[in-house]
Design a protein around this ligand. Structure first.
Ligand code: HEC
Length: 407
């Protein structure tokens, strides 16, 4: 049978696979070049006229890398560019955003207890905010304010904290942290696409035409590339955060996100110093640990926000009205809600796993597809069938979901 929900889940898995692969390629090459650049020996008066060199060994061979400041006297014909790592990460990430958060907006993006948005409004805010982020960032970098690197970094940090607060006041906690990651990653990819690559092309064209390239292009690219360096680790944290309700489901989630950016700076500073042989600033790990402990503490702060409606409403109505809902409601209450509750009664569980709560009609109807996939099509839930779900009950879930999906 042609099963849209299962197809959807597989497409999502495939796109996520691509996204992780491209992100590894992007971050891998970027970290490699950062370490290489900082670690170059610049004191060797190289015959080639290069500014620095490094010897490396990897995979059974020795590599001798030399860096030319601005450019070599003669332009090589076959120059390897590094750009698709970044573009493909952004493209696959945006595809994943559509699949998970736009198509599953009701479950993942919109939280009526935070802001009662229609799906089209939420999707509009999401897309506009990503574009707006890049435009504002780029304008600030190019303005007078951007002349001083430290001042610029502090200004950008204030914007990121503001966005963290904004996202947590329009989207579900899970979507908010993910969007902050997407906002930051969009700036990073756009830096490559709109600034770093075009500037490099200008330099290459100048050299080919026998002109001396203006050093300002390299300087601008370097500034953007430094931002990308410090933003990488927080972005990965934010992308992974949706697997950890403690990070996103707390009302302090925006503050947690703000501290994550500082952890990114302290960790990167340590490695940057190490690569450049400028020392071994172990104090950064103390700072990182203090930030992390503060995050852990914030994540368990008491909540004061009102909860979701009891009765199904909005798009969840379709599933609540479908044949078999009453039985499924009873099944879920009996087999799932001991774990999937705001205060689970299952021994040892302190919060709803993955933030999935299945206690009210609204929550159950809203999670229809997840229930269908996790407990109907597959036997992923209950884990190890701990609550003794019977085969007829799974069949009832499948029948109910399919009845609701029939036009
Ligand atoms: C014994 C406790 C327990 C019971 C009972 C239970 N779950 Fe879960 N559920 C978990 C845990 C733990 C996870 C997190 C699994 C993980 O980390 O991958 C989870 C995760 C989930 C998720 C999120 C999956 C994801 O990857 O996003 C859904 C949806 C879900 N459960 C639905 C159900 C349904 C429906 C039932 C009842 C049929 C059920 N669960 C019963 C413990 C339970």
């Amino acid at each position: 049978m042609y099963d849209m929900a299962a197809m959807g889940a597989w497409i999502e898995f495939a796109v996520r696979w691509v996204h992780v692969i491209t992100a590894i390629a992007w971050i891998g090459s970027s970290f490699y070049f950062i370490a290489l650049d900082l670690g170059l020996h610049r004191d060797r008066n190289l015959k080639s006229g290069a500014d620095g060199e490094e010897w490396q060994v990897h995979g059974g061979g020795f590599y001798h890398v030399q860096k030319y400041l601005v450019a070599p006297a003669q332009m090589p014909d076959d120059l390897v560019w590094f750009k698709w790592e970044s573009y493909s990460t952004w493209l696959s990430g945006f595809a994943l955003l559509i699949l998970v958060y736009y198509l599953g907006a009701e479950f993942y993006l919109v939280d009526p207890a935070v802001a009662d948005l229609a799906i089209w409004q939420a999707v509009g805010i999401s897309m506009l905010s990503l574009a707006f982020g890049w435009i504002v960032y780029d304008l600030i970098c190019k303005s007078k304010f951007g002349d001083n690197n430290t001042r610029l970094m502090i200004g950008l940090y204030v914007i990121l904290v503001g966005m963290a607060y904004f996202y947590t006041s329009v989207f579900s906690g899970r979507a908010a942290l993910l969007h902050l990651g997407a906002f930051t990653a969009t700036i990073m990819s756009a830096n490559v696409f709109f600034i770093i690559m075009p500037n490099q092309r200008i330099v290459v064209a100048d050299l080919k035409a026998g002109r001396t390239p203006d050093a300002k292009y390299g300087k601008i690219a370097k500034q953007r590339s430094t931002h990308n360096n410090y933003l990488t680790l927080p972005v990965i944290f934010l992308m992974l955060s949706n697997h950890y309700p403690l990070a996103f489901a707390s009302e302090m989630n925006w503050l947690i996100a703000a501290l994550v950016f500082l952890m990114g700076v302290t960790i990167r500073h340590y490695f940057n110093s190490l690569h450049s042989r400028a020392g071994n600033p172990t104090w950064t790990w103390l700072a990182t640990a203090l930030l992390f402990i503060t995050i852990i503490w914030l994540s368990t702060a008491p909540m004061f926000r009102i909860t979701e409606p009891e009765e199904a409403s909005g798009p969840a109505l379709r599933f609540a009205a479908a044949e078999g809902f009453d039985e499924v409601h009873d099944i879920v209450m009996g087999r799932c809600s001991m774990c999937h509750a705001a205060e689970p009664s299952w021994d040892g569980l302190l919060w709803a796993p993955k933030g999935v709560r299945l206690e009210t009609e609204h929550q159950i109807a809203k999670a229809a597809k997840q229930i269908y996939l996790q407990a109907g099509v597959t036997h992923a839930m209950p884990p190890a069938n701990l609550s003794y779900m019977r085969a007829e009950e799974r069949a009832q879930i499948v029948a109910w979901y399919q009845a609701a999906m029939r036009p």
